[in-house]
Design a protein around this ligand. Structure first.
Ligand code: NAD
Length: 496
């Protein structure tokens, strides 16, 4: 058991905090570490260190910044297994899933290596006689990242590599529930040659976040987490005149057309609904069966029943425990609510426990049928291994249903019809659409583009949008006089 250190100005050190948050192994709730609630002085020191480092880091040539990212991605690959083990120990994710969490972060670092071409501005010659205009892209300053528990490698890596590659410096406040993985990510970043102060890591909860949100030297805020916190952070950051991007909760629908490949649909739905114990912002939590495809629902329940939760190093485990007893309690009360509301519970995982690990946060796969829009289990993000099934008669009805939902993170359609797929992709009001792909998380040369209540802000994570989020554009209009003949004052706004 250890106290998680802070990273300030290139040094890992113990906090002077008076309060600590327990970090536990979700499989049995044993204590594995304690995360400090950093003091205001420590938070201010982290921002001051990032501010001082910005003055020199912004001057480091773009290719040199990219080379730090090159070394970093190599180190992440060399430490892939070790990172995944740390990640499993504090999240309970299976080893394969933990490796996936790290891998999707490594992909963003690979994209950050390409920063040079993304930092190119535009030019136009002779916008007026002898006058040229060109633009440069310049970093903002100190950026802040606040991350959730469910992807402790991928989501920090969505943020600081792109921000820092663009020439900014960064303060990361990872989830207090699994801070060990981000700490190891930061150690490797220093090892890759990041100068001191370029990345700082502080710990704590809402008080620490709120202090940072009010800090004048922070220019941009990236947040990923739940809807209420996302709304609060977006409002506070923008009220404080900061740039903000806040990725929030979700309720992702998969639409199943009767012409779809049945075995593909069923196996994809199993993994996409209860994989990672349903604790993915892109998990499929609602399956919408169109027409005769609803006949497949009993078979889907049978397949879900075969998924066994288990320990991180059990190769046969489908997924691990939920992150905390509170998360488990919340999921169990929503399952109870679903039954009271009259949804048909075809599979109930509320009683599941793993032998020898009864104190862990286990919930077995759960499936409801005949779910309706007025039910709380439909309206709320459950964030557990629970799939809600609904049936409609036509594709039009399915599209209208998905579009009425206030969330817009991800959706998918399973069909053999190009026309149905084309209609769905065009008309659906959701930011990320999969066609026969259940969880359409874009690779990092695109951006992660949630809509509606799943995202507050304008520019999204990674890809070109992240470069625009973490930079300012400076546009220069330039004339070089070839002779010294005065042309007289120009009394208009027109370029002459
Ligand atoms: P959370 O909102 O509880 O916490 C996220 C971060 O905010 C943590 O670092 C936490 O310390 C901080 N925080 C919590 N309460 C706060 C408050 N009142 N004021 C200021 N800061 C506060 O989220 P979580 O439970 O860690 O993560 C799960 C949620 O994240 C789910 O809703 C999931 O859908 C969402 N998520 C969304 C995406 C996306 O891309 N849209 C990706 C991953 C997770």
């Amino acid at each position: 058991m250890k106290n998680v250190p802070l990273l300030i100005n290139g040094e890992f050190s113990q906090s002077q905090a008076e309060q600590y948050i327990e970090v536990t192994n979700p499989a049995d709730n044993s204590l594995i570490a304690k995360a400090p609630c950093a003091t205001e002085t420590e938070l201010d020191m982290a921002v001051a260190s990032a501010k001082a480092a910005f003055e020199s880091w912004r001057e480091v040539p773009v290719p040199e910044r990219a080379r730090v990212m090159m070394r970093y991605q190599q180190l992440l690959k060399e430490h892939h297994n070790e990172l995944a083990e740390i990640l499993s120990s504090e999240t309970g994710k299976t080893f394969a899933d933990a490796k996936g969490d790290v891998w999707r972060g490594i992909e963003v670092v690979e994209q950050a290596i390409n920063v040079s071409s993304m930092m190119m501005g535009e030019t136009a010659e002779n916008v007026a006689r002898g006058i040229d205009t060109y633009s440069y892209i310049q970093p903002l300053g100190v950026c802040l990242g606040i991350t959730p528990f469910n992807f402790p490698a991928m989501i920090p890596l969505w943020m600081f590599p792109m921000a820092i590659a663009c020439g900014n410096t960064f303060v990361l406040k990872p989830s207090e529930q699994d801070p060990l993985t981000p700490t190891r990510l930061a150690e490797l970043f220093l090892q890759a040659g990041a100068p001191k102060g370029v990345l700082n890591v502080v710990h704590g909860g809402k008080d620490q976040v709120n202090h940072l949100l009010n800090h004048d030297d922070i220019k941009a805020v990236s947040f990923v987490g739940s809807v209420p916190v996302g709304q609060h952070i977006y409002k506070t950051a923008t009220d404080n005149m900061k740039r903000a991007q806040c990725f929030a909760g979700a309720k992702n629908h998969s639409v199943i057309m009767p012409d779809a490949n049945k075995s593909q649909v069923l196996s994809n739905l199993v993994g996409a609904s209860v994989g990672a114990a349903g604790q993915r912002c892109m998990a499929i939590s609602v399956a919408v069966f169109v027409g005769d495809s609803q006949d497949w629902i009993p078979e889907l329940a049978e397949m879900l029943k075969e998924v066994k939760p288990g320990l991180w190093n059990d190769d046969n485990a489908g997924y691990g425990p939920l992150i905390s007893p509170q998360a488990k309690q919340r999921v169990l009360s929503l399952i109870e609510q679903g039954k009271l509301e009259g949804a048909e519970c075809l599979l109930d995982g509320s009683e599941f426990t793993l032998a020898g690990y009864e104190a862990g946060n286990w919930v077995g796969p759960t499936m409801f049928n005949n779910v309706t829009e007025d039910m709380v289990i439909y309206q709320q993000e459950i964030f557990g291994p629970v799939l809600c099934c609904m049936s409609v008669e036509t594709l039009e009805e399915a599209i209208a249903l998905v579009n009425r939902n206030p969330f817009g993170n991800g959706t998918s359609i399973f069909t053999a019809s190009g026309a149905a797929a084309r209609k769905y992709q065009h008309e659906i009001e959701v930011g990320q659409v999969g066609i026969n792909v259940p969880i359409p998380v874009p690779l990092p040369f695109f951006s992660f583009t949630g809509w509606k209540n799943s995202f507050y802000g304008d520019l999204h994570a990674y890809g070109k949008q992240a470069v625009r989020f973490y930079t300012e554009t400076k546009t220069i209009t330039s004339r070089w006089f070839e002779d010294d003949i005065p042309s007289g004052p120009n009394m208009t706004i027109t370029l002459k």
